[in-house]
Design a protein around this ligand. Structure first.
Ligand SMILES: *Cc1c(COP(=O)(O)O)cnc(C)c1O
Length: 376
C-alpha cells in the first residue's frame, strides 16, 4: 500500500470546499422549479462573458459549442475546416456532422498544439474556418494562426474546452479569435455537475445567431417565431447555478494548478520532457503532460505508478486520423502526421487539480523519478 494515494482528479475534495454554496444554489433552483433558462443562466452568461472579455452564450456541452460556432459562421456541406491532428475527437466530430470536411494539420512536438507553420499549405478555396485547440490549457500559437487567417480572410474558432482563464498577451482564451467554444464537463478547470458548455465571441451578430440556433431557431422575444432551423442545446439551469458558484473560484484554482505545474517542472526537468509555454502565454494546466524518452514502455510505467498509488492518464494516445470512423471519413493512413503520431506514443498526463496537496505532488515526482531510474 502506498503512503500517499494520488487520484487523477478529485471532484469530491473540491465539493467539500464549496458545499454550502453549492447546496444552497441547487436548492434554490429546485424550489423555484425554473429548470430551463431563467436568472441563473443569464447571470452566468453575463459573468463568464465578462471574465473572458467577450459575450457568452450558454449551450448544452462543449461539442455542441463547436458545432454551433461553426454554424454561426455558415459552415456546412462541402466546406473545409482546418484543425489539428492531436486533439480530443470532439474537436473534429462537429465538422463531419455538418457535412464539411476536416482538414488536419500536424502538431508541434513541444507544445503539442497545432503547428502554425504548416497551416497555410492546408488552405484551399473551400476552406471556411480554422480551429486551433488550446490543448492541455496552453494557448495555441494564436498570433501566427491569426496572421495566416487574416491573409486568407478566414475566421478563427478557438476550441477553449481546456483553457478557461488561459492568457496570451494579456487576453483570455475566448477572446483570442472570432468565436470560441468552452466545455464545462465536470473535470474541466471550470466544471459543472453534468454536461454544459458555452460559445463566446466579441461579435454580437455571432452571439445572436448562436442564441437562436441553440433554442429551436427562436427569436428571443417571439416564442413562436422560428426564423431559422435550430436545435435544442440550451445551458441547463441547474448547471448554470453550479457554475455561478464555481466561477469566482476559477482564478485561485488556476493559480494553484500553475504552482503544481511549476513544481513538477522543477523536479522533472532533465528526467522527462516537460510542458513548455509559448512567449506571452500563461497556461492554466488543465492537464500536465510530460513526454517520455522513446525507449520507455509506457504501459509498464503506468502500472508501476498505479501500484504505488499514483493515477495517470493519456491525452490522447491516438491521433484523430487513426480512429475508425475518422479514418474512413478522411481517407488517411498512418504516417500522414508524423509528429502527432510520435507524440501520441510518448505523452503521459500526471495528476493535477487544485485540491492536490504538496505531499501528493512530491509523491508523484518521487515515484516517477524512481521508476524511470530503475529502467535506465
Ligand atoms: C472536453 C473537450 C471537448 C468537448 O466538450 P464536451 O463538453 O465533453 O462536449 C471538446 N474539445 C476538447 C479539446 C475537449 O477537451
Amino acid at each position: 500500500m502506498a503512503d500517499v494515494e494520488v487520484p487523477f482528479n478529485d471532484l469530491v475534495a473540491q465539493y467539500a470546499t464549496i458545499r454550502e454554496e453549492i447546496d444552497a444554489a441547487i436548492r434554490a433552483v429546485v424550489r423555484s422549479a425554473a429548470f430551463i433558462r431563467g436568472a441563473e443562466v443569464d447571470a452566468f452568461e453575463e459573468a463568464f462573458g465578462d471574465y473572458c472579455g467577450a459575450e457568452a452564450v450558454g449551450v448544452g456541452n462543449g461539442t455542441d459549442a463547436i458545432e454551433l460556432a461553426l454554424r454561426s459562421l455558415g459552415v456546412g456541406r462541402d466546406d473545409e475546416v482546418i484543425t489539428t491532428a492531436h486533439t480530443f475527437i470532439a474537436t473534429v466530430e462537429p465538422i463531419v456532422l455538418l457535412g464539411a470536411t476536416p482538414v488536419l494539420v500536424d502538431c508541434r512536438p513541444d507544445t503539442c498544439n497545432l503547428d502554425a507553420d504548416q497551416l497555410e499549405r492546408a488552405i484551399t478555396p473551400r476552406t471556411r474556418a480554422i480551429i486551433p485547440v488550446h490543448l492541455y490549457g496552453q494557448p495555441a500559437d494564436m498570433n501566427a494562426v491569426g496572421d495566416v487567417a487574416r491573409r486568407h480572410g478566414l475566421p478563427v474558432v478557438e476550441d477553449a474546452a481546456q483553457a478557461h482563464g488561459a492568457l496570451l498577451d494579456g487576453r483570455r482564451a475566448g477572446a483570442l479569435g472570432d468565436v470560441a467554444s468552452f466545455s464545462f464537463f465536470p473535470g474541466k478547470n471550470l466544471g459543472a455537475y453534468g454536461d454544459a458548455g458555452a460559445v463566446v465571441s466579441r461579435d454580437p451578430e455571432i452571439c445572436t445567431r448562436v442564441r437562436r440556433l441553440r433554442d429551436h431557431g427562436r427569436d428571443r422575444k417571439e416564442k413562436f417565431d422560428h426564423g431559422m432551423v435550430g436545435r435544442n442545446s440550451r445551458l441547463d439551469t441547474l448547471q448554470a447555478a453550479v457554475l455561478n458558484v464555481k466561477l469566482p473560484h476559477l482564478d485561485a484554482w488556476n493559480t494553484r494548478r500553475r504552482a503544481i505545474a511549476a513544481r513538477y517542472t522543477e523536479r522533472l526537468a532533465g528526467v522527462v520532457s516537460t510542458p513548455v509555454e509559448i512567449p506571452g502565454s500563461e497556461s492554466v494546466y488543465h492537464l500536465y503532460v510530460i513526454q517520455l524518452p522513446p525507449p520507455v514502455d509506457r504501459e509498464a510505467l503506468r502500472s508501476e505508478l498505479r501500484a504505488r498509488g499514483i493515477a495517470t492518464g493519456l491525452h490522447y494516445p491516438r491521433p484523430v486520423h487513426l480512429h475508425g470512423g475518422m479514418r474512413q471519413a478522411l481517407g488517411l493512413s498512418p504516417g500522414a502526421f508524423p509528429v502527432a503520431e510520435a507524440v501520441a506514443g510518448r505523452i503521459l498526463s500526471l495528476p493535477i487539480y487544485p485540491e492536490m496537496s504538496d505531499a501528493q505532488v512530491e509523491a508523484v515526482c518521487d515515484a516517477l523519478v524512481d521508476c524511470l531510474r530503475g529502467r535506465s
